[in-house]
Design a binder for this molecule. Structure first.
Ligand code: HAM
Length: 418
């Protein structure tokens, strides 16, 4: 049997059910904030990501699934959604002189080393806001993310880490200071960091190598190089978050792995998932639209990793819904179509419930065992002696109690316990 490709995760029915529940809660929060959904292509020209995410980032340097299509164009499976979202809105004239609040969802692809919570195909739900330069929209995005955690009852398990990385000019000055400092330790740095000293020195701050971390402990701090405007933006944001009662941890070492950010950056982190504890991340990216060829348009947003959110959600041991609510047993083969029609009628009356009709025949006892196995609370027996009286046999599977009822009564009883 051919096996799955490493890092491509299969989702089985039990998880699929929880996934759908979680995704639909998140969707309802986004929608209640009046964010509108856009669909982004899975494939884009490679250039979109090399220009958008940044040539010297891990994503572009070593994680993209890039190939030549049949015309020889360089195509990439999207590693993230922000660049594609900008491309879509720009191409359709939805950015210039307008404000937009949109969300998207879907699989992203990165050739990373797979482990729990980190996959090569993973699912993001992202929200992006365009045309608003002030800290108010940063606060809105953070309130929106918090509302998502509250809706899933995982808000007690996550914390918000926040930083400002200033403007491109601020970072330019910081970069010089950092390189000057680290140049004194070139021989002590790990190989990756030494290479980054010339390509992307800020990424060194993320190093996990112990000796490099020791050296970094004394390094200049980015926050000290943030100019007056960046500082004012950040202070205004913090004031709003305080007024909203939103807890946060200032993390001056927080820099993001994608190059497009400026000013506010943030991550929602949990200690409950081991190494892959960041369930959501984002920030402002005021230069990205222009960098991709559009007119200057401010932007900000975040993306959450659905697999990680789901892992955290599952850890709360919330009871999960059964696969089936009502199971129709068919007492003789000639009644199968009658059972299908009856099931359709019940589905119309009970649209929230999952109703399954037994297929494949067999003894009632075996059919009832199947009903139990899939977690159904009710069985309807199609073809018992009640049929002659125009009634149904409705069986409560928890107690075994069976009664002859009309369809209307069956609907009423089932919906009372739903
Ligand atoms: P990111 O930090 O690369 O940002 O990814 C956002 C989230 O996606 C992460 O916090 C994590 O939960 C999830 N994620 C990332 N890589 C993986 C992986 N290999 N396996 C499982 N989950 C993963 C972005 O992608 C930006 N586009 C976010 C953004 C939107 N910034 C502004 N707007």
């Amino acid at each position: 049997m051919v096996q799955a490709i490493r890092g491509m995760r299969d989702v089985l029915p039990d998880e699929g059910r929880r996934w759908r529940a979680v995704e639909s809660e998140l969707e309802s929060v986004l929608s209640s904030y009046a964010y509108e959904e856009v669909h982004l292509p899975l494939l884009e020209f490679t250039e979109l990501f090399s220009r958008g995410v940044g040539e010297a980032t891990d994503i572009v340097e070593k994680e993209m699934y890039t190939f030549a299509d049949r015309d020889g164009d360089s195509i990439t499976l999207r590693p993230e959604g922000t660049a594609g979202c900008v491309r879509v809105l720009q191409q359709h004239g939805l950015l210039y002189n307008q404000t937009q609040r949109v969300f998207y969802r879907g699989h992203m692809f990165r050739y990373e080393r797979p482990q729990k919570g980190r996959y090569r195909q993973f699912y993001q739900l992202g929200a992006e806001a365009f045309g608003m330069a002030g800290p108010d929209v940063d606060a809105e995005l953070l309130a929106l993310a918090r509302a998502c955690w509250q809706k899933l009852a995982i808000d007690g398990n996550v914390r918000l880490e926040l930083n400002t990385i200033g403007s491109a000019a601020d970072r330019g000055r910081y970069r010089e200071a950092l390189v000057a400092y680290l140049s004194g330790y070139v021989n002590d740095l790990d190989e990756d960091s030494r290479r980054r000293l010339t390509t992307n020195p800020l990424r060194i701050l993320d190093s996990k190598v112990e000796r490099t971390r020791e050296i970094l402990a004394e390094a200049p701090v980015l926050t000290d190089h943030v100019g007056r405007d960046g500082r004012a933006h950040f202070d205004a944001l913090l004031e709003m978050l305080d007024a909203l009662g939103m807890a946060y941890v200032l993390n001056p070492r927080l820099v993001r792995g994608l190059d497009y950010y400026n000013y506010t950056v943030f991550e929602w982190v949990t200690d409950d998932l081991g190494a892959q504890g960041t369930i959501c991340a984002g920030g402002r990216y005021d230069a990205l639209v222009e960098q991709l060829g559009g007119r200057p348009t401010p932007g900000a947003g975040f993306a959450l990793g659905l697999e990680r959110v789901l892992l955290l959600f599952e850890q709360q041991n919330l009871p999960t819904a059964a696969a089936v609510d009502v199971y129709l047993c068919v007492l003789s083969d000639d009644l199968y179509t009658e059972a299908l029609s009856l099931a359709d009628r019940l589905r119309l009356e009970l649209p929230e419930l999952r109703i399954r009709v037994h297929a494949g025949g067999g003894k009632l006892k075996n059919q009832l065992r199947k009903a139990d196995q899939c977690g159904a609370r009710w069985a309807v027996l199609v073809g018992g002696e009640e049929r002659a009286r125009g009634l149904l046999a409705l069986k409560a599977l928890a107690t075994g109690e069976q009664t002859a009822v009309s369809i209307e009564e069956a609907v009423a009883r089932i919906s009372n316990t739903a």
